[in-house]
Design a protein. Sequence first.
Length: 370
Amino acid sequence: MSLLLAGSSMTHAAQNSQISAADRARAIQAAKQGSNKAAAKKAPAKFDFEGEFVNYANWTEVRAFLDDMASRHGFDRAELDVLIGKVRYVDTTVQLMKPAPPGKPKNWQAYSARFIEPVRINAGVRFWQENAEALARAEREYGVPANIIVGIIGVETVYGRNTGRFRVLDALTTLAFSYPESPNRTARMAYFKGELENALLFARKDGIDPLTLLGSYAGAIGLPQFMPSSIMKYAVDFDGDSHIDLRNSTADAIGSVAHFLVEHGWKRGDPATSVYPVSVSPNRAWEKFLGQGLEAKFTLAELQQAGVTSVATAPQNMLYGLIDLQNGSEATEYSLASNNFFAITQYNRSYFYAMSVIDLGRAVSEARAR
């Protein structure tokens, strides 16, 4: 899953554009219908969207990118020409990156229900049982509880069931050079050029044909939906086979998620509970603490003085952020979030996402204990 990304934080794919499920379904269905006639006489493709040929090799910006890859990284320029000649433009990727039209207000309860449900919980129990040793080792070595790792992989791909079937090179090239018009188009194109660069470096390092890499519409790969730059920086060989494979090795996926969280601020010694429900006073003095960045930086005394009352007992000696979970026309839910909650938001910059990870991990743990 993933929420739309800012800079290096666009780690994973659901990359979470702010596209609704309905918008996403319509875009994908339209793309499939457009290719139905051509596909009718073919064997089923190994990937979902074959795209269309646009001769990227003749684009000035693409040639400059390939020249740079050859000069800085030692790629064979002729081989890059052959490769780019096989890359396709994928309009579905462009459509899914467009901002969603104004719609219904955010609704935490509706969002949560998509992830805290029987199919995902039962799959999580099986995943935990089958990978108990790797999860326990990741907890020992990195200090990240198994339920958090299980929650992330479950939210991202339902434990490997939905890892995406776009060719990563098609998606990244499309977004690097054909990103839809938007106020941040230049920055987004630069970001995706960097991801395309890292995809090529990763494929060469691992001896993979880059055209065989499949992922999300934004180019995220494997069980944990790492973008190529995150694979290069944070992925680990956790199964000890001298090869990092987030697509097929559950151990590598588990270790890589734990390593990512530690590198983004997860603290081993913090309490297991990272979110504490609160009530807020009618005077609304506490509103100044909302929207203050994805970090814990306020003392409990500061928050209490502004009218925040903890429903659960939050430790006094920690820093917190005040988070709001909007429920459409129903009352907003408020909580204090500690450091490790915000470490999860570095995976996907969304309160909804981080809370779903925590809730799914807890639900799987409880189901496993029954």
